[in-house]
Design a protein. Structure first.
Length: 108
């Protein structure tokens, strides 16, 4: 049997094989793109991912153009995570660069 791949960061637990996400033990319903965006950010939680990089890896875009897709998804993801734990800021917009997953309580 294959070993499950699980990402754990700042109270977020992501099971990549079952696509289940929990924040502090509570389930979070994410769209497919929100899940992929969170997985990308959680893979290196303190790293700032450039917008173009996320658009390529999550959406398959070759050119960002003037799309607001990433910003819209990041905003919805931020709201869903914050609804379960308002003390933490999870999805951080680094102005002019991109996004990162903020782990205020350190790596887990």
């Amino acid at each position: 049997m294959a070993e499950r791949e699980v990402l754990q960061v700042a109270g977020i637990n992501m099971d990549l094989s079952t696509r289940e996400v929990r924040v502090d033990g509570e389930p979070v319903a994410l769209s497919a793109k929100e899940f992929l965006l969170l997985a990308a950010l959680a893979s290196e939680p303190r790293r700032v991912f450039r917008k173009q990089e996320l658009l390529e890896s999550v959406w398959g875009y070759r050119s960002a153009g003037s799309t607001r897709t990433l910003d819209s998804h990041a905003s919805r993801l931020r709201r869903k995570l914050r609804a379960l734990c308002s003390e933490r800021a999870y999805v951080d917009n680094v102005w002019g660069v991109g996004y990162r997953l903020v782990a205020l309580d350190g790596p887990s």
